[in-house]
Design a protein around this ligand. Sequence first.
Ligand code: AAL
Length: 420
Amino acid sequence: MRKYVKHVLFTSFLLVVISVCGQKKNTATVAFPYTVSEETGKREMSEAMKRSFENYEGIHPAENELYSQFKYTQLKGFNYNGHNGTISRRDPSKIIYENGKYYVWYTYRNTIVPPIGSKRADESTETIPSTDWDLCEIWYATSEDGFTWEEKGVAIPRPPKPEVGWRSVSTTDILKWKGKYYLYYQGFMEASGKSGDHCPVAMSYSDSPNGPWTAVKGAVIENGAEGEWDQYAIHDPYPLIHDGKVYIYYKSAFNRPGNVWVAGGLAIADNPMGPFKKHPLNPVLNSGHEVALFPFKEGVAAFVIKDGNEHSTIQYAKDWVNFKIAAVSELFPYAPGPYVPDAFTDTKDGRGITWGLSHFINASGSSKTAHSILARFDCDLSRDINDKEMKHTRNNFRPEIYFSKGLSRKQKERILKNNK
Ligand code: AAL
């Protein structure tokens, strides 16, 4: 009898082994198919191939609604004083459509000389700017087509000392809430560069996008407490409406001295006046610089540009907090201010974006005449268009563009030394 039991157990064990090996044969040893179908996604795959099926809107960029190239157009209607560095426009807000026109707000500098640079911030005066965003005001412009703009003048001037923003107001973004308009912006109390790029968020409100604007006293989003990642600055405040609340995404820089880490945070309030409560999981973006997001399906998509391990990506958070990479692209617009038609509709079906304004810093190519210019970018990050030209994954630049990114003298010396 015992012999019989042993025999049965051994045979069952053999059967299990054979069936496990058989299963493996069905997946890993069958080559990946030439024609990809939904079934393909269920097979055993390498991590990289799994990502293609699980992490993106489509397995190919052409099917990925959050993948796009970016095309740029020069704007008409802005004067830059011969590009001598005394006039600068940068950090455009998101664009809204009101009264039959597009509106944009931006940082405007008109100073007697170009900025002397953050390293010389101690030499800055009441008329000599340290950085490109020092001694600035917030101006606005309107347009009928998004290409030709009419500059309307100042929206937010610098308030008198010692109010928040007396030294400079910059890097604004717009919110529309219950028929009123709110501009959030950086309010500097010292020349940028003196002890860092330190500032909290200030805010002004109005009944009309044309103003007049009333400034709220003090900071509307405070910097973090000492020792917290955003203790010195809340930059690039960017409001959207979600779940009936005001969601302001922002960025800050931390981990100095050493390799500065730039990341994105979120602060939420029941109404535009606050109080804003910072999200306990902050930072919610581990990379990026200037902040721009747009509702997409039930979640939100973010431009992640310039800084960090995950720069040059579009990221998506279904729950508006936990972001994942949804696309990798190139030639991203710097400081994008997209036209987001559903920014304030509390949508659960975000449609995406197709264009906006961004900036080019060092527009003259010389630090002696440093200034920025606004430009238009177009893309297909929209569920409502299907522009195949925007879904290419290659840019063919002329060799001069690559050669302009040549080795520094120090690098050349290192290479030549190592040759010996
Ligand atoms: C920008 C933004 C903020 C910074 C500076 C001006 O691109 O990130 O606005 O303070 O640079």
